[in-house]
Write a protein that binds this ligand. Structure first.
Ligand code: IMP
Ligand code: MG
Length: 192
């Protein structure tokens, strides 16, 4: 039996140039993050807040790696431009359902690049007066960071490359890949 991780995803795999982070690496790191969060929030019941849709897979795995009571809620935003790189100008299209005033809030993000999106959303949350507000991000790209935001929990530092998989998309595709990969340059050129 083949052990090539892309074998099951043949139609998607033909668009990929390289796997950057394997399924096993992600699994291990997510467990470590879950353990750290469980320890730090011992005795508390945090609300994990995520932004759809990129955080979907990370959130599902992170939740199960945390062993203390918690609640989870989601926001949804839409970028004004459909550009590959969002510019931080977002419109809230789904707000939280759980009131966060006085609660321990852990904001969970898939990827931070310029930090503009994260900054905007943290500002929105802060105005609702949580007891605490921390950030857990799986993928950190720091090359183009415009706003310095303390990331209490961080999964991986990534090079300045556009990645897909494990929830991250390019034009809504590739979210279902269980690893993180680079796309072939012609995929961007073809506008696929
Ligand atoms: P920022 O506002 O520049 O930090 O960008 C954040 C948003 O851009 C993320 O929430 C993602 O939706 C998107 N993004 C940034 N880098 C990538 C990537 O490499 N792959 C997929 N989406 C990305
Ligand atoms: Mg996205």
């Amino acid at each position: 039996m083949s052990t090539d991780p892309t074998d099951r995803y043949r139609r998607l795999a033909s668009d990929l140039s390289e796997i950057l982070i394997s399924t096993e690496q992600i699994e291990k790191r997510v467990i470590e993050l879950g353990n750290a969060i469980s320890q730090d929030y011992a005795g508390k019941t945090p609300i994990l807040v995520g932004v759809l849709k990129g955080v979907l897979i990370f959130m599902a795995d992170l939740l199960r790696a945390i062993s203390i009571p918690l609640e989870v809620d989601f926001m949804a935003v839409t970028s004004y431009s459909s550009e590959t790189r969002a510019r931080g100008v977002v419109r809230l299209i789904k707000d939280l359902e759980i009131p966060i005033s006085g609660r321990e809030v852990l904001f969970v993000e898939d990827v931070v690049d310029t930090g503009l999106t994260l900054n905007y959303l943290l500002h929105t949350l802060r105005s609702q007066h949580p007891a605490s507000l921390e950030v857990c991000v799986l993928f950190n790209k720091s090359k183009h960071r415009l706003i310095d935001i303390p990331l209490k929990y961080k999964g991986f530092d990534l090079p300045d490359r556009f990645v897909v998989g494990y929830g991250l998309d390019y034009r809504e595709h590739y979210r279902n890949l269980p690893f993180v990969a680079l796309l072939k340059p012609e995929i961007f050129q073809s506008g696929k």
